[in-house]
Design a protein around this ligand. Structure first.
Ligand SMILES: Nc1nc2c(c(=O)[nH]1)N[C@H]1C(S)=C(S)[C@@H](COP(=O)(O)OP(=O)(O)OC[C@H]3O[C@@H](n4cnc5c(=O)[nH]c(N)nc54)[C@H](O)[C@@H]3O)O[C@H]1N2
Ligand SMILES: Nc1nc2c(c(=O)[nH]1)N[C@H]1C(S)=C(S)[C@@H](COP(=O)(O)OP(=O)(O)OC[C@H]3O[C@@H](n4cnc5c(=O)[nH]c(N)nc54)[C@H](O)[C@@H]3O)O[C@H]1N2
Ligand code: SF4
Ligand SMILES: [Mo]
Length: 686
C-alpha cells in the first residue's frame, strides 16, 4: 500500500507490505524522494508492534501514585470530571490544549475546533511554535503568505547558487541531498552557513562558519555588498516590492569588516557569497532552524528575505527564498487552527470576517468563539500558576524533553490539577500524566499531510489499530459527547473531517476547498492554495504577485542584536543544539527502534579538541554542561569541525542527558520562538 513516512516534512513516499503480522517498508518513487528513504523511514514500521506500545488507557492511582491500566470509560470519565471541575472553579480558559506538527491536517483541524467549541477555551498552541514560527512570521510579513517552499523541491536541483542557512539536510532530510547532488552536477554552487562542519557543510563549495546567533549581521553584510557591487535588481525592487529605502539605510552600516568582527566569517567569504548569489541566473536561499531558533529569529529570516528580494529572486523561475519545514505536517499543522491566534485556512482569530465564516461552518454563534491565546512557551510556563490553566491535554508532543528550560516546564506540568496525554508510547511527558490514552499510529488511520512544498498528500491506513487503541479523532469525539457538547465536534471519520476542513479553509490564505482525497491520489498530491474543484493548484507562488493586499512584497529594516544571553567569566562558552540522523525529535519513537539505537545510542557533547585539552577532557569521557538554568551530562565527542568557542549537543534524550535542561527560554517578541540555538554555558569534566 502506497503511503508516506511518519517522520519529517520531506514525507518520503513509501510502500507498506503486511505479511502475517509483520509490516515491512519499501521505498517508493515519489517526486520528492525519488525512491530514497533514510534510516528512520526504513525502520518506521517496527513501532507498530513494539512491545512497549500502549494498548490500554492508564490512570494514575491516587494511593500508590502509579499509572495503572484502566478501561476507556474510567479514563474518559476521569478526564471529563477533571475538566468540569477545573472549568467550574476557574473558568473556561483554565483548560488548555497542546498539539503537534506531526498530526494530520484532519487532526490538527479537529483539535482546534475541539478547543474553541467543545472546551470553549482560548488556550491552544502547539510544538510548531518551537519549529516553524519564526520563518512563518517573517514570510507572512514579507510575502503575505507562509508556505515553506513557495516552489517545488525539484527547483533546488536547477539552482546555479544555493545558500543554506542553519540547515543540515544531510542528517535531517537525507533523500533531499539528491537534489543538491544534481545541482552541483549541473555546475551549481552550494554554500552553507553553519557553526559546525556538518555532513552538509562537507559537501559545500563554500562553508561560512559563524559564531551562533550572528546570521543577521551576515545577512545585512551580504546585502551591503550586493548594493556596493551592483547586484541589486532595481527594476524588480521598483515594480514588485515596497520599503527598500529604509533597508538600504540600515544595511549601509553593515560593511563586511563589521560583520566579520562579530561573526568571524572572513570578508572574502562574504564577498564570494554575495557574488555567487548576485551573478547567478537562478539562485535560492533557504533557512532552517539554525537561523530561526533565536530570540531574533524573525528578524534574521527577514534579513535573508530582504537579500532575496533585493536580488529579485522570489517569483522568478528556479529562484527564491524558502524555509525547510521540519515535522511531518509542520506545514499543514500551522494552517488549520492549532495556533493560539489562528482559525482554519490560516485565518486570524481576531478577524471578524474570519470568525463569522468559521463559526458558520462550525454551527455556533461567532461571538461564542474565544479570542487569541498565548504562544507555546508562555502557555507552558503559566500552567498550574494562579494566572494559568490548571488542566492540559497534549496531543503529539513531548515537552518534558523538547521544551526550552525543560526542568522548569516539567515542574509546571507537575503542578497541574489534570494532565492528559495521548500517545502510542509512554513518553517522558506521558509518564507525568494523570491519564494516558493509547492512540493509533500513522499506518492505522487515514488522513492528509502537507509537506515542505505545500503539497497535500495522502496517508493511508494499512490496517486498523490494535484492540484497546483508539484514534485521536475518535478520542476527541468521545470527549466532546461526554462534555455534553455533541455536535460541537465533527464525527471521527477523517474523510468527513477533511470535507469540513475544506469548507472552513475556503477563501482563507491556505485554501484547501478544491482539494479532495481523489484528486490527491490522481496527481501525486495537490499544492495549496487550490480554491476550486476544477481549477488549478499552486506549485509556484509569486510569479505575478505576492499575497499582500497590493500584490507587492515588503522589505523590513532589521538590525543585528546580541543573543539573549552572552558568555561571561562563569559561563564562557556558547552552546547550541540540533539533530542527528538516526534520532527524531524528543526520541520517544526512535530511541525505541533497535537499529537506530545502535546507530545513535546516546547523547554527546561536541567539543573542539583545543577546548577539550584546556578542560582536560578526552574523547568519550563524560562531561557536565552547566548554564544558569541547569545542567546535563553526556560523553564528550571531540571534533575539529566545531568552533573552539562553541559546544553542540543533540536534544533527542531525556533524563540526565537532556540538553534542554540548560537551554534559554528567552523568546522572539514576534513569533514566540525560544532561543534553542544559543546560550552561555560552562563545561566540566564529570
Ligand atoms: N534525523 C532527524 N531529522 C529531522 C528531525 C530530527 O529530529 N531528526 N526533525 C525534523 C524537524 S521537526 C526539523 S525542525 C528539522 C530541522 O532541520 P535542521 O534545521 O537541518 O536541523 P538542526 O540540527 O536543528 O539545525 C541545523 C543546523 O543549525 C546549526 N546551527 C546552530 N546554531 C546556529 C546558528 O546560530 N546559525 C546557523 N547558521 N546555524 C546554526 C547546527 O549546527 C545544525 O547543524 O529536521 C527534521 N528532520
Ligand atoms: N534544544 C532544542 N530543543 C528543541 C529543538 C532544537 O533544535 N533544540 N527543536 C524544536 C523543534 S523544531 C521541534 S519540532 C520540537 C519537537 O519536539 P516534540 O514536540 O516533543 O516532538 P516529538 O518528539 O515528535 O513528540 C511527538 C510525541 O507525540 C507522539 N506522537 C507522534 N504522532 C502522534 C499522533 O499522531 N498522535 C498523538 N497523540 N501522538 C503522536 C510521539 O510518540 C511523541 O511522544 O522540539 C523542539 N525542541
Ligand atoms: S527523510 Fe524524513 S520523510 Fe524521508 S524517510 Fe527520512 S524521516 Fe522519513
Ligand atoms: Mo521542528
Amino acid at each position: 500500500m502506497a503511503t508516506h513516512c511518519p517522520y519529517c516534512a520531506l514525507q518520503c513516499g513509501m510502500i507498506l507490505r503486511e505479511e502475517d503480522d509483520a509490516v515491512s517498508v519499501l521505498p517508493r518513487q515519489f517526486p520528492t524522494n525519488r525512491g530514497g528513504l533514510c534510516q528512520k523511514g526504513w525502520t518506521s514500521a517496527e513501532l507498530l508492534s513494539h512491545p512497549q506500545r500502549l494498548t490500554s488507557p492508564l490512570l494514575r492511582d491516587p494511593a500508590s501514585g502509579e499509572l495503572r491500566p484502566a478501561s476507556w470509560d474510567a479514563a474518559l470519565d476521569r478526564i471529563t470530571t477533571g475538566i468540569r471541575d477545573v472549568q467550574e472553579k476557574h473558568g473556561r480558559d483554565a483548560v488548555a490544549v497542546f498539539g503537534g506538527g506531526g498530526l494530520t491536517n484532519e487532526k490538527a483541524y479537529a483539535l482546534g475546533r475541539f478547543a474553541r467549541v467543545a472546551l470553549g477555551t482560548r488556550h491552544i498552541d502547539y510544538n510548531g511554535r518551537f519549529c516553524m514560527s519564526s520563518a512563518a512570521a517573517a514570510g507572512m510579513r514579507a510575502f503575505g503568505v507562509d508556505r515553506g517552499l513557495p516552489f517545488p523541491l525539484s527547483d533546488l536541483g536547477r539552482a546555479d547558487t544555493l545558500l543554506l542557512v542553519g540547515a543540515n539536510p544531510a542528517e535531517t532530510m537525507p533523500p533531499l541531498m539528491r537534489w543538491l547532488t544534481e545541482q552541483r552536477e549541473r555546475g551549481g554552487r552550494l554554500i552553507v552557513i553553519d557553526p559546525r562542519v556538518t555532513a552538509t557543510a562537507r559537501q559545500a563549495d563554500l562553508h561560512l562558519q559563524p559564531l551562533p546567533g550572528t546570521d543577521l549581521a551576515v545577512a545585512n553584510a551580504l546585502l551591503h555588498i550586493a548594493l556596493t557591487e551592483g547586484y541589486v535588481d532595481g527594476d524588480y525592487v521598483a515594480t514588485r516590492t515596497t520599503g527598500f529605502t529604509e533597508v538600504r539605510r540600515t544595511v549601509a552600516g553593515w560593511w563586511p569588516a563589521r560583520a566579520e568582527a562579530l561573526s568571524g566569517v572572513p570578508v572574502a567569504d562574504l564577498e564570494e557569497t554575495a557574488r555567487a548569489l548576485g551573478t547567478a541566473g537562478r539562485a535560492i536561499i533557504l533557512t532552517a532552524r539554525g537561523a530561526e531558533q533565536h530570540a531574533k529569529g524573525v528578524d534574521t529570516v527577514t534579513g535573508f528575505v530582504n537579500l532575496a528580494l533585493a536580488l529579485g529572486l522570489p517569483g522568478r523561475p528556479g529562484s527564491g527564498y524558502g524555509c525547510l519545514t521540519g515535522q511531518g505536517n509542520g506545514q499543514g499543522g500551522r494552517e488549520h487552527g492549532q495556533k493560539a491566534d489562528q482559525l482554519p485556512g490560516y485565518r486570524r482569530i481576531d478577524d471578524l470576517e474570519a470568525r463569522a465564516h468559521v463559526a458558520q461552518v462550525w454551527g455556533v454563534p461567532a461571538d461564542e468563539l474565544p479570542g487569541p491565546g498565548v504562544p507555546a512557551y508562555q502557555l507552558l510556563d503559566s500552567l498550574g500558576t494562579d494566572q494559568g490553566p490548571r488542566a492540559l491535554l497534549v496531543f503529539g508532543s513531548n515537552p518534558v524533553v523538547s521544551a526550552p528550560r525543560a526542568a522548569r516546564i516539567e515542574g509546571r506540568l507537575r503542578d497541574l490539577d489534570l494532565l492528559v496525554v495521548t500517545d502510542f508510547l509512554l513518553s517522558e511527558t506521558a509518564a507525568l500524566a494523570d491519564v494516558v490514552l493509547p492512540t493509533a499510529q500513522w499506518a492505522e488511520e487515514d488522513g492528509t499531510m502537507t509537506n515542505l512544498e505545500g503539497r497535500v498528500l495522502r496517508r493511508r491506513a494499512l490496517r486498523p489499530p490494535p484492540a484497546g487503541v483508539r484514534t485521536d479523532l475518535s478520542i476527541l469525539t468521545a470527549l466532546s459527547s461526554r462534555l455534553r457538547a455533541p455536535g460541537r465536534q465533527p464525527p471521527d471519520d477523517p474523510h468527513t473531517v477533511f470535507a469540513e476542513l475544506r469548507r472552513a479553509s475556503a477563501g482563507g490564505i491556505a485554501d484547501y476547498a478544491g482539494i479532495s482525497w481523489d484528486r490527491i491520489d490522481a496527481a501525486d498530491g495537490v499544492y495549496w492554495p487550490c480554491p476550486d474543484d476544477e481549477g488549478p493548484d499552486s506549485p509556484r507562488l509569486f510569479t505575478y504577485r505576492f499575497a499582500t493586499a497590493d500584490g507587492l512584497a515588503r522589505f523590513h529594516p532589521v538590525e543585528h542584536r546580541p543573543a539573549a544571553e552572552e558568555v561571561c567569566a562563569d559561563y564562557p562558552l556558547y552552546f547550541t543544539t540540533g539533530r542527528v540522523l538516526a534520532q527524531y525529535q524528543s526520541g520517544t519513537q526512535t530511541r525505541r527502534v533497535a537499529a537506530l539505537r545502535r546507530a545513535a545510542p546516546e547523547a554527546f557533547v561536541e567539543l573542539h579538541p583545543d577546548l577539550a585539552e584546556r578542560l582536560g577532557v578526552a574523547d568519550g569521557e563524560p562531561v557536565r554542561v552547566l548554564s544558569r538554568r541547569g545542567e546535563f551530562q553526556a560523553p564528550a565527542r571531540l571534533s575539529p569541525g566545531i568552533r573552539p568557542d562553541t559546544v553542540f549537543a543533540p536534544f533527542h534524550w531525556g533524563g540526565r542527558a537532556r540538553a534542554n535542561s540548560v537551554t534559554n527560554d528567552a523568546v522572539d517578541p514576534i513569533s514566540g520562538m525560544p532561543e534553542f540555538k544559543i546560550c552561555a554555558v560552562r563545561v566540566e569534566k564529570a
